[in-house]
Design a protein around this ligand. Structure first.
Ligand SMILES: Cc1ncc(COP(=O)(O)O)c(C=O)c1O
Length: 433
């Protein structure tokens, strides 16, 4: 190829990319980075301005806890920063092994396996367990990493709307190996999955249940052991449990927990475990310190619950479109992307940093503000946010809502969800993340 031909190809590419970006802008879907100063904490500097952060997943305020930071620092001093290799080469240290043992004991599972991120844990677990010829059934609100995991696996993938719909799909797919996958707490909606019912259906239909408890772990259940523990669901009921360290545990990374056989299979076959550098040991040590704090300071979860109750009763009094969520994820459903973005801008103007979440992260027509609460917030900060929300809501002329908003568009029909894996991508009614 000549130099001239390359330039003209690049010119075309540039024009195509600019047109794509323009389309996103016109649809109100353009995303921009914001530069934060300092650690994740309620009081932040954003683009040089002081704001209160209501869009971090550091639900217990552990990311900046002195003991967590000290564990990280001390381990980095003794082990260095990088793990140096993948786990199965030479990257697996005593610190990783101690963390895996601790997680397994804490969660009542035989073994746990540490992955470098939650995204990778999900890709590795799903595609390490099922493949072409198998069937995956996913809640339609599942996190993007679970949907991508399903696509990567090559298995047939169906999306279910609720447990009744799942039951019918399980009956129709009898005979295949079935993996049922759900978020424990839905990341953009905040409600907890109907886990006891899912576990019962999976037991009856001989399907495997996988729960990604990224947002439940540390927050829900006895000792913060998550949504499965909240319902007393053990390894038999939920054989594949995923948790992440980057949210309530204030760290980074993730794990899969389950039977010794499950973990051994993933260790042999999960490509996102095999072919990537191990988590830095200092991060594993920081997570161990966070687990100690979870045990020793239950008042963090109590404080968080108090703030959730305070926010919900204040928002209900203002007639804001609250969702049916009892967790620190408190979305306000606003509908169009433009509405969500203008609300987030008005709040920022008032000194509150809240994320506007738009399609394709959520279904069309359900753009929202995703407000997240942390034990590190003060009641006064929550009251300040409510005041600013109330001012914005009145100024925007939106009529008050009684009751809770729903993120399931009524148009989501059963027929639309019964889709083989390759069709899911094209279906306009199923949101893609
Ligand atoms: C439900 C859920 N699973 C998995 C992930 C991915 O975890 P990680 O950030 O560790 O990749 C996230 C968010 O980040 C999530 O919300």
């Amino acid at each position: 190829m000549t130099g001239g031909a390359r330039t003209s190809d690049l010119g075309d590419l540039g024009a195509i990319l600019r047109a794509r970006l323009q389309q996103r802008r016109a649809a109100g879907l353009y995303r921009s980075l914001r530069i934060r100063g300092g650690p994740t904490a309620p009081l932040q500097s954003l683009d040089g301005r002081a704001v209160v952060n209501f869009c971090s997943n550091d639900y217990l305020g552990l990311a900046t806890h002195p003991r967590v930071v000290e564990a990280f620092r001390a381990t980095a001093e003794s082990y260095g920063v990088g793990a140096g290799a993948a786990h199965l080469v030479s990257g697996h240290t005593e610190v990783h092994a101690a963390l895996e043992l601790r997680l397994a004991q804490w969660l009542g599972r035989e073994r746990a396996l540490v992955f470098s991120t939650g995204y990778m844990a999900n890709l590795g677990a799903v595609s390490g367990l099922v493949g072409p010829g198998d069937t995956i059934l996913q809640d339609r609100l599942n996190h993007a990493s679970l949907l991508d995991a399903g696509r990567l696996s090559g298995a047939r993938m169906f999306r279910y709307r609720d447990p009744g719909h799942l039951e019918r799909l399980l009956q129709r797919t009898a005979g295949a190996s079935r993996l049922v996958v759900t978020d424990g707490v839905f990341s953009m909606d905040g409600h907890v999955a109907a886990l006891p019912r899912l576990a019962e259906l999976c037991a009856r239909e001989a399907a495997w249940l996988m729960v990604d408890d990224a947002h439940g772990l540390g927050v829900l259940g006895p000792g913060g052991r998550g949504s499965t523990a909240q319902y007393g669901l053990d390894q038999e009921a939920v054989p594949i449990l995923v948790g992440t360290f980057g949210k309530a545990l204030g760290g980074f990374g993730a794990f899969v927990a389950g039977s010794a056989a499950l973990i051994e299979v993933l260790l042999q076959q999960a490509r996102t475990y095999l072919y990537t550098t191990a988590l830095p040991p200092a991060v594993a040590a920081a997570v161990l310190a966070a687990l100690d704090l979870l045990e020793q300071e239950p008042e963090r979860r109590e404080r968080l619950q108090g703030l959730i109750d305070r926010f919900r009763s204040g928002a209900a009094a203002l007639g804001l479109p609250l969702s049916a969520s009892e967790t620190p994820i408190q979305p306000l459903l606003l509908g169009t992307p433009q509405h969500a973005v203008s609300a987030a801008e008005a709040l920022l103007e008032a000194g509150f940093w809240v994320a506007a979440i738009r399609p394709p992260t959520v279904p069309p027509g359900t753009a929202r503000l995703r407000i997240t609460l942390s034990a590190a917030h003060t009641p006064e900060q929550v009251d300040g946010l409510l005041e600013a929300l109330g001012r914005w809501h009145r100024a925007a002329g939106i009529p008050p809502v009684a009751g809770e908003a729903r993120s399931q568009p009524a148009a989501f029909g059963e027929r639309d969800t019964i889709l083989p894996h390759h069709d899911v991508v094209q279906d306009p009614d199923v949101h893609q993340r």
